[in-house]
Design a protein. Structure first.
Length: 320
């Protein structure tokens, strides 16, 4: 390998280094990387909920310079060439939490059933089971206020009801419209997203609110500073352009005056035609992009050359 490197040119060596760092810094995450959450949902009814929930969880309280946490939603990760069941099981085994978008339609989905059965088969994973209710009926037990009444609830697959323990978190989204993006300006929606993100981060909702406020202030400060820097750079650029234009005009004016002097010299030699042509080259040509400033010296040189030519013509006519 050492001998091979020795015979490489400098450009080839630089290309190799560039390729190495590009693949190192910008390579895709491997298929085995972990997810902070897996979203289980019914495609026919809850696709918008799943999409908006994913985006809101990635956006809320995140440092603006950090990449968002990985959340598995099948539309993003399943490839046509891969077996769907194998991909789902692999993603479930590498997820910290499962977020179930609960509804009667999801409760009858075979795919949702398989995902919940796999997750709830492990008692440790059952503690990290989060439920977001999008439709249907659920009620709490009259005897145990914090326990779901499984008999009067239609948002879970019936075959899995005996395995159900108390979810790690239960959020009611039934009154929220299924749009592509949840409105985080709405206090009620923001409070629910705050609860979910706090659970995923392993902190209390109060700590999550503080963190979100801090990051929001940082982002506003960054935007303000960026805007000020942009204005300063634009002002500097415009000032530099104006100074360059002014210097160019000064140089062109000096050149026009020098050309006007050449026109006077041609006129004194008796070559009025060349004096006129020289004086015209010192005046602005409005057909060109780069226009000369108007010089009084060039104007005077043109007028004097024109009179000189007229006098010569008159004298020649008088001789005849």
């Amino acid at each position: 390998m050492k001998l091979e490197d020795d015979i490489l040119t400098e450009d080839e060596r630089a290309s190799r280094r560039l390729l190495y760092w590009i693949t190192k810094l910008w390579k895709k995450k491997p298929a085995g990387h972990r997810f902070i959450a897996f979203i289980s949902y019914n495609h026919n009814t809850d696709s918008n909920y799943a999409r908006s929930l994913e985006y809101s969880n990635k956006k809320y309280g995140r440092k603006w310079w950090h990449l968002p946490d990985s959340i598995f939603r099948d539309e993003h990760y399943i490839r046509p060439s891969e077996p769907i069941g194998e991909t789902i099981r692999r993603a479930l085994s590498r997820s910290e939490y499962l977020i179930y978008l609960a509804s009667p339609q999801a409760a009858t989905s075979r795919w949702v059933y398989d995902e919940l059965e796999y997750w709830l088969s492990d008692p440790e994973r059952s503690k990290r089971f989060l439920v977001v209710v999008t439709d249907g009926v659920f009620e709490f037990s009259a005897q145990q206020k914090e326990m779901i009444d499984k008999k009067r609830t239609d948002i879970f697959p019936k075959a899995l009801v005996p395995k159900l323990a108390q979810p790690g978190l239960l959020i009611d989204f039934r009154n929220h419209e299924a749009t592509a993006q949840l409105n985080l300006d709405d206090p009620n929606t923001k409070a629910k997203i705050n609860q979910i993100v706090a659970k995923l981060k392993g902190i209390t909702p109060g700590e999550m609110i503080d963190r979100a406020l801090l990051e929001s202030r940082r982002l506003r400060r960054f935007r303000t500073i960026s805007f000020c820097v942009l204005i300063i750079l634009m002002t500097m650029g415009m000032t530099a352009s104006w100074l360059a234009w002014k210097q160019l005009n000064i140089a062109l004016m000096a050149e026009s005056r020098a050309i006007a002097q050449l026109s006077h010299q041609e006129r004194r030699r008796g070559n009025a035609t060349r004096a006129i042509a020289t004086a015209l080259s010192a005046l602005p040509d409005y057909d060109r992009v780069l226009k000369r400033p108007l010089s009084s010296e060039a104007q005077r040189a043109l007028v004097e050359a024109r009179y000189e030519r007229r006098e010569i013509g008159v004298l020649k006519g008088h001789r005849m």
